[in-house]
Design a protein around this ligand. Structure first.
Ligand SMILES: NC(=O)c1ccc[n+]([C@@H]2O[C@H](COP(=O)([O-])OP(=O)(O)OC[C@H]3O[C@@H](n4cnc5c(N)ncnc54)[C@H](O)[C@@H]3O)[C@@H](O)[C@H]2O)c1
Length: 394
């Protein structure tokens, strides 16, 4: 298998089958793994004489090389705070052969800049609606990071008015030009933008529930970091499933299911849960008007892209939490759960995680249901209204 031969990006804590064993190397980029991987990339880009193989073969492909990876990733909103860093991290993946960067503005410079990294993925920039189709053609994974971020005092839901329309427009293009792709939605409010995407794809007859994901990996990354720090545990060992949604109290870290097993006092549970739920606001306030989390988000999104590619590549042991369509909580058609990733996206939703949770978590689960349900309904209703308005105009 190609992935096994060349390795993958060394993101921490992508859980194995029995969840308490972690596939890990380090808390972040492990120095040893990184140098081993990067020497592979380095040699892949040099001829025997050591001269870089720089080609300018295809139109718009800025640097074309024979890459060891075989997957095409398209990032929409690639010139943004999340998009730029995410593009760089995905360019580092040995599983990626082509990286398409799309935005409504300022993306050519980002593509030119990233293309100079001597890793195999071919990079191409696409600007504006006329080039959206080209950016999507043949994509295996499409990441949607387009839209406005929060400013201090705003909730994620305040972004709905703008971002719902952007997500709808972009997934409609995915239906037309990359119908088999996995779609990763970063744009907030994820609790509503994922139902928007699902409904828009349904209207186009192109919805496959296994292939549409709300990216909640940042909640897991934060939970792991905060729990490791609080309990003095080695970061690489910590795995906290985070379920529910991706906003305020809909974010439900299951500390009772954290690995390794650590005793938490009631006070610790309350403090850690509140910090994980409000971590995004912590960053928004620290940035004081200059946006929301971009760097940690890009790290988390790159981890999720890498996990998805490993699933596509046939690695039978890839689990991540994500906000997907499921029946784990019958009244909530979308719910973040740990999922097994495979050749067609979601292979299994691990609903068993909700069994045996603590009383505190069970109460929090009940409490989050009305808000999450309202966010889901809002997303579905938005697409239906847009369709009705369009029909009335025609
Ligand atoms: N899921 C999460 O955990 C998480 C975390 C952080 C940020 N986010 C969300 O990610 C999104 C992006 O955040 P950011 O900080 O990068 O914002 P940003 O403003 O820095 O970047 C957004 C980019 O989207 C582009 N864009 C706008 N409309 C577009 C369209 N129709 N097509 C293509 N591109 C378009 C903009 O030109 C810009 O480059 C926001 O919605 C934010 O709330 C989600």
């Amino acid at each position: 298998m190609a992935a096994a031969a060349i390795g993958t990006l060394p993101f921490a804590s992508v859980p194995c089958r029995n969840h308490h064993q972690l596939r890990h190397g380090a808390s972040a980029f492990n120095a040893q793994q990184f140098s081993a991987s990067s020497s592979h990339w380095h040699s892949a880009n040099l001829s025997k004489s050591g001269v870089p193989r720089r080609l300018h073969a295809a139109k718009r492909v800025i640097v074309a090389k024979a890459g060891a990876g075989r997957y095409k990733v398209a990032i929409l909103g690639a010139a943004g705070g999340v998009g730029q860093m995410l593009s760089l991290l995905v360019k580092m993946s040995p599983l990626v052969s082509a990286l398409h960067l799309y935005d409504i503005a300022n993306v050519e410079g980002v593509a030119a800049d990233i293309s100079h990294c001597n890793t195999p993925a071919e990079v191409a920039g696409f600007t504006g609606k006329d080039e959206l189709a080209g950016s999507l053609a043949g994509a295996d994974v499409v990441v949607i990071a387009a839209g406005v971020p929060r400013k201090p005092g705003m909730t994620r839901d305040d972004l709905f008015g703008i971002n719902a329309g952007i997500v709808m427009e972009l997934v409609e293009a995915v239906a037309d030009h990359a119908p088999g792709a996995l779609v990763h939605i970063i744009s907030n409010p994820v609790n509503s933008t994922v139902p928007v995407a699902a409904e828009a794809l349904k209207q186009k007859g192109a919805y496959d529930a296994r292939k549409v994901f709300g990216v909640t990996t940042l909640d897991v990354v934060r939970a792991n970091a905060f729990v490791a720090a609080r309990k003095g545990l080695p970061l690489a060992d910590v795995d906290v499933p985070v379920v529910g949604g991706h906003s305020g109290t809909t974010i439900l870290p299951l500390l009772s299911k954290a690995r390794p097993k650590a005793p938490f006092t009631d006070e610790e549970v309350e403090e850690l849960t509140a910090r994980i739920q409000n971590a995004g606001t912590e960053v928004v306030e620290a940035k004081a008007g200059a946006g929301s989390a971009t760097l940690s988000m890009a790290y988390a999104a790159a981890r999720f892209v890498e996990a998805s590619l490993r699933g596509l590549d046939g690695d039978g042991d890839v689990y991540e939490c994500a906000y997907v369509q499921s029946q784990v909580v019958p009244e909530l058609p979308f719910f973040a759960s740990r999922v097994k990733l495979g050749r067609d996206g979601v292979e299994e939703v691990v609903g068993s995680e909700l069994r045996g949770i603590s009383e505190y978590e069970a109460r929090a689960l009940e409490a989050l249901k009305p808000e999450l349900k309202a966010s889901i309904d809002k997303g579905v209703a938005y697409v239906q209204q847009q369709q009705q308005q369009e029909a009335a105009l025609n």
